[in-house]
Design a protein around this ligand. Structure first.
Ligand code: SF4
Length: 183
């Protein structure tokens, strides 16, 4: 018997965004977040019982993915609290040649300490990750793709297996030619 497709409790999607990572991206906002950061922009995503449960295929259909899109950003809410759905979605993105970016309230060190197999698989498919909770006291609106100074823009493939992550440099590889401002 075929395995059931994972479901994702989602808060919503954006078919096109230029502010949730490099390039033109689709965004999936996962529902449920236990970090409860003060000053969070999406507190309506906190309740794990809110939002809508959809199969990964249904989420994918909502995105109407097209060739102009460079990848999908998994945001929230907390994507890593739904690792099976996040992994299945990342596989779909990679299957069409897109890249995966993740926003998580967990730090790189916490993620590395996790023994969840799906998260290891997910990281192997992920290009870029913004880690850590939003900290209102360290808010900085000039940061590239993140809201507070504790959050890091991490080159996931260069960082795998390392406790100290390698920070992403915007001049590299898949981002060449895109106009980006910020540090
Ligand atoms: S991790 Fe993100 S979604 Fe969750 S409370 Fe913090 S800022 Fe909000």
């Amino acid at each position: 018997m075929a395995a059931l497709e994972p479901k994702i409790q989602i808060a919503g999607v954006l078919q096109e965004s230029v502010v949730d990572g490099p390039g033109l991206r689709a965004v999936v906002f996962f529902q449920g977040c236990a970090h409860h950061c003060r000053g969070c922009h999406n507190p309506e995503t906190w309740d794990p019982k809110g939002g809508t449960p959809l199969s990964v295929s249904e989420v994918w259909d909502l995105l109407r993915y097209n060739p102009l899109i460079s990848g999908v950003t998994l945001s929230g809410g907390e994507p890593l609290d739904q690792p099976q759905g996040a992994l299945a979605l990342a596989k779909k993105v990679r299957a069409v040649g897109g890249n995966v970016m993740i926003y998580t309230g967990y730090t790189w060190e916490e993620i590395n300490a996790s023994q969840v197999g799906e998260i290891s698989e997910l990281l192997a498919l992920t290009t870029l990750l913004v880690d850590g909770p939003f900290m209102l006291a360290r808010k900085n609106e000039k940061l590239l793709f993140r809201g507070s100074e504790n959050q890091r823009l991490i080159d996931v493939q260069a960082s795998l297996g390392k406790k100290t992550p390698v920070l992403w440099k915007k001049s590299g590889g898949w981002m060449d030619g895109l106009a980006i401002t910020g540090d």
